[in-house]
Structure formats: structure tokens, C-alpha cells
Design a protein around this ligand. Sequence first.
Ligand SMILES: Nc1ncnc2c1ncn2[C@@H]1O[C@H](COP(=O)(O)O)[C@@H](O)[C@H]1OP(=O)(O)O
Ligand SMILES: [Mg+2]
Length: 274
Amino acid sequence: MVAEEDSGDLRKDDSREILDRITLVVNDTLATEKTLSSEDVLTAIDKGRSEGGPEGRHWVLDPIDGTKGFLRGDQYAIALALLDQGRVVLGVLACPNLPLAPIGKESQGSDTHQDGCLFSAVIGEGAYMQSLDGFSVVKVNVSTIENPEEASFFESFEAAHSSHDLTSSIAKKLGVKAPPVRIDSQAKYGALSRGDGAIYLRFPHAGYREKIWDHAAGSIVVTEAGGVVTDAAGNPLDFSKGKYLDLYKGIVASNRQLMPKLFKAIQECIASSL
Ligand SMILES: Nc1ncnc2c1ncn2[C@@H]1O[C@H](COP(=O)(O)O)[C@@H](O)[C@H]1OP(=O)(O)O
Ligand SMILES: [Mg+2]
């Protein structure tokens, strides 16, 4: 398993109390007769130390994606994906604070006010959403919008995670009328997969390297919903290189119809920002 966290901090002396609390929660949650010790819990966390790569199968886990959103009480996600020979073949994305009803659009008179969505996708089988309590499974599809002026786009809430200036110049060039929808975590991929918006733009600042656990589950949910996820040069994301993604500039996700115009605007805006 390739996972974001290890047990390093929990093994420190001053973490004893929090480790005891975590061990209690784990034992309350697991449906097993056996009671785990704190050491068992630490050992289980450290099973996430695999480096991934092009061979065999690897689970890829981000237990809390969008830590900033989680702490603010906004959006976050629990993201799990399966790599087979370096390719994402399955993804599950839990978004406990994402409304089941569409976000980022004019109110559509929905009477659903429930929060908590679970997105899932298996390669070749489409993408699905259900409520976190396991009801109402629906197939999801990305937006079919072709005119960029009618498209709305998602980006990071945190300006430190993605350049809001660059996305704003891209949106302006495309004639996008709606303001950006800024939310944390891979919940953006989930919302995109059900057509809440039509574009997701992510341009981390120079020097930041994207990790596979931040995109594996989200990207298969979007591609199985009919969307496209690439870097800013149109290259597909390559999950076979270990923990990191080698990207040109950033990540772009949208529907097929919008991609040509989107790339043209992206190239022009990147060129004029250099
Ligand atoms: N400086 C950074 N630039 C881009 N992404 C970052 C940066 N620091 C952390 N992240 C990661 O970006 C992802 C969330 O970004 P966003 O919510 O803006 O989409 C998270 O995986 C977060 O890590 P983490 O999972 O530890 O929260
Ligand atoms: Mg993350």
C-alpha cells in the first residue's frame, strides 16, 4: 500500500494520549473479535510505506485529503485507489461534507439537503455516486457543455495550492462568466464527475510535486464519468513512476468537447506568464 501517512508522529512520547484514543476508535470500528494493541495500530499504519511503481498491484490511500478543508470544517475526502501495473483500475472517493445535491450552480429547486457522497469507479464500468449511508446509487456523467462561456470551473480553495491568478486569466480568455468554485480536496473531482461544473484547473506553485494519492481515485472517477484528466500539455497522468506524478505545469480535467479550446487558452496564458 502507498499511503500518505506513517506512524512517526504517533510514536513520539507526547503522542501517547492521542494514540490511545485512536486505538480505541479503531477497535470500536473494526468488525473483528480480536482487539488490536497500540503497536498493532502503528504497524498497520506503516503498511502504507510502499513506493508504488509500474509493477504489480498497489493500493493508494489518502486518509484525509484536503487537510486544510477538514480543519476549517469544509470539504475533504478519503481517497482510495488500486493501481495495476501502474494504471489506476479502481477508485473510491468519500466526501463527507459534499452535498448530495449539485453545488456551484444556480439553485435548481432540489429538496435534497443531505451531505455526504461516495463516488466509485472501476475501469471500463462507469462512475457512480451514492449517499454515504449507502443509498440511492446513481451513475454519474461529466457535463456536456460545449460553450466555455457557460462553463464553470473548480479550483483549490487555498491560493497556496494552485495559482488563482493563472486560472483567472484562463477563465477570462475563455469567456467563462461564472466565478470560480473554490473547494478543497478531491471533492472537486467528485463534483466534476457529476457535472456540477465543467472544468477543474490546478496549477501548483513552482517546486511542488504532486503525489499519486492526491489524484488516483479522483481521476478515475472523472474519466469513468466520461471526462478527461491530463497535465497542462495534454499528457495523461502517469501513476507508474512511484509516489510522485511528473507533470507539465499542472492538472486539467474537463469534458472532451471543451478540451481543445481549454488547452489553447492554457498554452497562451502560460506563455504570457513566463
Ligand atoms: N503547497 C501545495 N501546493 C499544492 N498542493 C498542496 C500543497 N500543500 C499541500 N497540498 C496538497 O494539495 C491537496 C489539496 O489541495 P486542494 O484542497 O487545494 O485541492 C492535498 O493533497 C494537500 O495535501 P494534504 O492531503 O496533506 O491536505
Ligand atoms: Mg491529499
